[in-house]
Design a protein around this ligand. Structure first.
Ligand code: AHR
Length: 503
């Protein structure tokens, strides 16, 4: 089987926002406690921050980090997490039936974000929280001293404002599982009032309204159209959440459904449709509001999640919940998701993988060790190589039948080129479980001088995964670079594979 990809560095989709390489750290399970903050571990620094985790997060090169939730935020009192640690309250965190010790809070998060070199993206509580609480938090984080909350920050050890720019107006407020669930009109009205107060407090911030928590929600995309229409003048971004699964669906029970790897590997058709639908809803809301401003998509929860579904912490601290184990096929789906972000870079400007450690995460810890899951590799390769502009590739690929999506291209592709430094990258996924693919990549304009690096992940077993015992079972290997023949190169893709090249 053969496929061709034609690239032209002048035929672009859009500039790539570096913020599409983002993460999400929620107070749930063992993400914060035992993941990031683990004072009992020999691998933690004097502040309790796991240095092995910091090193792995730096390798991934996250540009933005959403915090502190997730469902957790809809019951979170941010004032619990500040001040002397021994005076911070222990509380029941209702969202995940866990105990929150508040030993990690806003100051600790900002220190951690600085250590890994990422921009914070803060979610405010619009479940049990008031619009006043939201504005007070903006004052605490962002204003120079001289008033009550900014002075409180200084008293707690940080005189300089933290300068948090990105603010999520609540989380998944359409979901019956959400503390303080609302209908679309009530949510939109509260989000507008919160955004107003938050921006009056600090006019430089950017706000993000909640989209549907999943495309499987009965209220999708009606929720999105209503919220966009009513909040349009007050927001800069609109959020999307989606978790991929084999088998589909994710929200209702998927137990008992047969695995369908061919359809699963074609999940990006769903991702594209989701982004296209919401981009259309944004255009419509812009027209209805007679607005000149653009609102962009913030895909602030995305990942594979369907095995470790139970979220009951049984009222313990740092419970082992949502500890999903990722395999080769999950890594390939993640690679096609990243292809989607590049191919939709005109509308998707922020994206955060949910989450970053232990909870549905690319890395897993125990007290004395850490290992990288399969999905770590595509995420890290994209994040460190895709920059500049996403190219609009012309792709000719054989089709393969799937139960869920019908005929689907065997090859999934994205590419980037950065005119600043002349560097390019090409990302290729062979979705077939059995058929190799010979791909010719041709540059229509000046081709690259040379290939600089290449990686490949592949295997015969879509369900192969990593563990503490076998941390390198499924990884991306550096590969021997194929020869450029003029402005073209030919590369062999094994079945079930992800391949990336830089030029
Ligand atoms: O990421 C795990 C959870 O998934 C988040 O808390 C919530 O927003 C979503 O339902």
């Amino acid at each position: 089987q053969r496929a061709t990809v034609s690239l032209n560095t002048h035929r672009t989709i859009s500039e790539i926002s570096p913020l599409i390489f983002g993460g999400f750290a929620e107070h749930m399970g063992r993400c914060i406690y035992e993941g990031i903050y683990d004072p009992g571990s020999p691998l933690a620094d004097e502040n309790g921050i796991r240095q092995d985790v910091v090193a792995a997060l730096k390798e991934t090169n996250y540009r933005i980090m959403r915090y502190p939730g997730g469902n957790f935020v809809s019951g979170y009192r941010w004032t619990d997490g500040i001040g002397p640690r021994d005076q911070r309250p222990r509380r029941r965190a209702l969202a995940w039936r866990s105990i929150e010790t508040n030993q990690f809070g806003p100051h600790e998060f900002m220190d951690f974000a600085r250590q890994i070199g990422t921009e914070p993206m803060w979610a405010v509580n619009l479940g049990t929280g008031s619009i006043q609480d939201a504005a007070d938090l903006v004052e605490y984080m962002n204003l120079p001293t001289g008033t009550v909350y900014s002075d409180m920050r200084a008293k707690n050890g940080h005189a300089e404002p933290f300068g948090v720019k990105y603010w999520c107006l609540g989380n998944e407020m359409d979901g019956p599982w959400q503390i303080g669930q609302m209908d679309a009109v009530s949510y939109a009205d509260k989000a507008v009032q919160a955004a107003k107060l938050m921006r009056w407090t600090d006019p430089t911030i950017k706000t993000i309204a909640c989209g549907s928590s999943a495309t499987a929600m009965a209220s999708y995309p009606e929720w999105d159209m209503t919220v966009l229409d009513r909040t349009y003048g007050h927001i800069d971004y609109f959020s999307m959440h989606h978790y991929a699964a084999n088998p589909y669906p994710t929200i209702s029970n998927n137990e008992g459904l047969p695995l369908d790897t061919d359809s699963y590997l074609a999940s990006s058709l769903h991702f594209v449709e989701h982004a296209d639908t919401l981009a259309a809803a944004i255009r419509l809301a812009k027209a209805k509001n007679r607005s000149k401003r653009d609102v962009y998509l913030c895909w602030d929860e995305w990942n594979v999640w369907y095995r470790a579904k139970g979220g009951d912490g049984e009222w313990s601290e740092a419970p082992h919940i949502l500890e999903e184990e990722y395999n080769l096929e999950d890594a390939l789906v993640v690679a096609t998701w990243l292809n989607t972000f590049l191919n939709k870079s005109d509308v998707v400007k922020i994206a955060c993988i949910a989450q970053i450690v232990n909870v549905i995460a690319p890395i897993m810890t125990r007290k004395d060790a850490m290992f990288k899951q399969t999905i770590f590799y595509p995420l890290t390769i994209f994040s460190n190589t895709a920059s500049g502009y996403a190219l609009d590739p012309l792709v000719r690929s054989p089709l393969r039948d799937t139960k869920r999506y019908g005929a689907v291209p065997q090859l999934d592709v994205s590419a980037s080129f950065d005119p600043q430094n002349g560097q390019g990258a090409v990302f290729l996924v062979n979705r077939s479980q059995t058929e190799p693919l010979t791909v010719q990549v041709c540059w229509e304009d000046e081709g690259p001088q040379s290939l600089t690096r290449g990686w490949q992940m592949s295997g015969n077993d879509p369900f192969a995964s990593n563990s503490f015992e076998k941390p390198d079972n499924v990884i991306a290997h550096e590969i021997t670079l194929p020869q450029l023949e003029g402005r073209a190169l030919t590369v062999q893709l094994p079945p079930l594979s992800f391949t990336a090249f830089t030029t």
